[in-house]
Ligand binder design. Structure first.
Ligand code: DAH
Length: 343
């Protein structure tokens, strides 16, 4: 009996050691220690032995059982570890390596030209003491129209048709809404700009998009005049175009400024001689602006007897188009990587 037990043990240890998987080990375990296993069978036959032998063989078989269980557990651990090490060796990647470069689809990301110019403008204005404000893209009618001196049935609303939500709000048609929010918060004197995305219900073509970008500007102080406005606009354009740019002011109507202007720049594409971009006039309309209307100041909680200011709304798409000679505004939102790669 004793020899039989020792033989079972030896065989078991050998098969366990040469097992190649956890499934195999489980089979071995069942074959020896399971209900119908070899060792179990022997323990069952103990009944026929003398009391003395029972104790001895019982003890021995329990010890063997423990030994086999321990050997199985050890082997399971060894196999698991080998599997993990194998996986680590096979699936190891060097995350610091450059990816495969496919010029059309891959490569490092870059900053969209609209964002580039936005950051440039932010730098120019912050260097002149302006603060940068933000505002929501979904606006209330009050901030987009009402507080900008454009009451409900005002014809100026027709020029800025937009997308309305069912609860009466709208996608902002211009960044001018940021002015109003700014006036509510800031104590004059102050200088702010508000860059952002704006929306119009437009039929799209080479020069019209339903989604585009503007930077709003507003300066409120004592005795602000058109000359302050011209000064800041000239600095802005000189910094952006890296040269002195000729400008002219024409009267322009916007309900939130009085007087209001269209600021034109001398066409940079043809140098003012006349081309298709400036429609042969030599001038390009770039920057609507004006002195803030007293009603708008009042809506913003600012006393128009004490304070005055200028405001402007700069279209970023147009600006970039002028700078790089881009002839179709739809490129910006096309997601076409060949276009974006150029910047
Ligand atoms: N909000 C106007 C638009 O999108 C642009 C504008 C004109 C803004 C005159 C101004 C301004 O601040 O003074 O058409």
């Amino acid at each position: 009996m004793k020899e039989k037990l020792l033989a079972i043990k030896e065989k078991a240890i050998n098969t366990i050691n040469s097992a190649a998987s956890n499934e195999e080990l489980e089979e071995i375990r069942v074959g020896i220690l399971g209900r119908k296993g070899e060792l179990t069978g022997i323990l069952r036959s103990l009944a026929t032995l003398s009391a003395e032998e029972k104790t001895e063989i019982g003890k021995l078989s329990n010890a063997i059982k423990d030994e086999i269980s321990a050997a199985i557990e050890q082997k399971v651990n060894a196999l698991d570890e080998a599997e993990i090490n194998g996986r680590l060796a096979d699936e190891w990647i060097d995350v610091t390596l450059d990816g495969t470069f496919n010029d059309e689809t891959a490569g490092s990301g870059r900053i969209h030209p609209i964002s580039q110019i936005q950051y440039e403008i932010e730098d120019i204005f912050t260097s002149m003491g302006f603060e940068i404000l933000d505002g929501p893209e979904a606006e209330t009618e009050y901030y987009n129209f009402e507080a900008l001196n454009i009451p409900k049935h005002h014809p100026a609303r027709d020029m800025q048709d937009t997308f309305w939500t069912e609860d009466g709000n709208l996608l902002r048609t211009h960044t001018s809404a940021i002015q109003v929010r700014g006036m509510e918060k800031a104590e004059p004197p102050f200088r702010v700009i508000g860059p952002g995305r704006v929306f119009r219900y437009e039929a799209t073509d080479a020069s019209h998009e339903n989604t585009f970008y503007q930077v709003e500007g507003m300066m409120i102080d004592k005795d602000i005049s058109v000359s302050n406005l011209i000064y800041f606009m000239k600095v802005l354009l000189r910094e952006i175009f890296k040269r002195e740019v000729k400008i002219r002011l024409r009267p322009g109507y916007f309900p939130f400024v009085e007087p209001g202007f269209e600021l034109d720049i001398n066409c940079l594409i043809c140098g003012g001689k006349g081309c298709s971009v400036c429609k042969q006039t030599g001038w390009v309309e770039l920057l609507p602006c004006g002195l803030v209307h007293p009603n708008v100041l009042k809506y913003g909680g600012i006393d128009p007897e004490k304070w005055s200011g200028f405001a402007f709304g700069l279209g970023l798409n147009r600006l970039i188009m002028m700078r790089y000679g881009i002839t179709d505004i739809r490129h910006f939102q096309s997601g076409d990587i060949r276009f974006l790669k150029q910047f």
